[in-house]
Design a protein around this ligand. Sequence first.
Ligand SMILES: Nc1ncnc2c1ncn2[C@@H]1O[C@H](COP(=O)(O)OP(=O)(O)OP(=O)(O)O)[C@@H](O)[C@H]1O
Length: 262
Amino acid sequence: MTHAAGDDQREQIAARAETLTKTYGSGDTVVHALRGVTIDFKAGEFTAIMGPSGSGKSTLMHCLAGLDTASSGRVRIGSVDLEGLSDKDMTKLRRDRIGFVFQAFNLVPTLTAEENITLPQGIAGRDVDREWFDTVIGRLGIGDRLAHRPSELSGGQQQRVACARALVGKPDIIFGDEPTGNLDSRSSGEVLDILRAATDEFGQTVVIVTHDPRAAAYADRVVFLADGQLVRELRQPTADDVFEVMKHLDDATPGGSTTGEH
Ligand SMILES: Nc1ncnc2c1ncn2[C@@H]1O[C@H](COP(=O)(O)OP(=O)(O)OP(=O)(O)O)[C@@H](O)[C@H]1O
């Protein structure tokens, strides 16, 4: 780590959003996707973001990952404030510190699985840690697919390749927007196991958006959004705990009336 010694407080926060708002459109068609979200993501912790459709989960994750800019508020990755970063510095920060497992971040169709996985390292001019590469590939069960192009892989295999691509560079923080969305339960378990290992064994920070209570149960913490606001948080949740909260959120009228509910 390259953080200054003695800055313990900051070192422990891998990402932070502060009174983040995001508004789309204006006038009659205005949408308040985020209404003042403040949240910390501690280094080495696995967080799942949940909430009803349209509650602002993807918007929050995109703002945290520097893929979208908020209307107001601040985002910090480690000790770097994203506000005011030049495009070049933002690109470098994303490349060096952040891994993405996003469905929208497709694989390059003309490259093999292996080339896709090592592409970010190549662009950054870094050597691939072959031992770690083999570990990731082995755990994700895609060792026999490395020479294939994305069109020759199933959706689940492509998703696992995208996951491997995010992990191989050992970024400080990994963001996943429904990283198990296309997967059967076995592949889903493999992806979640390796994200869990990224935090437990390598101290990486993982933040995922998911609709699946079983996926959320892999996390140390689940935070719930409703209508652009944070309304609940569970620590060490079981799938049943998560399911119960989701049921109430789905029933609740927009406006965050479930805040503080037990
Ligand atoms: N580019 C955009 N233009 C206008 N409105 C948008 C845009 N992107 C998102 N929204 C709106 O912002 C709100 C939050 O969207 P977001 O995608 O963050 O929700 P979500 O919780 O991730 O939903 P889902 O679970 O359905 O993916 C929604 O009402 C959505 O329609």
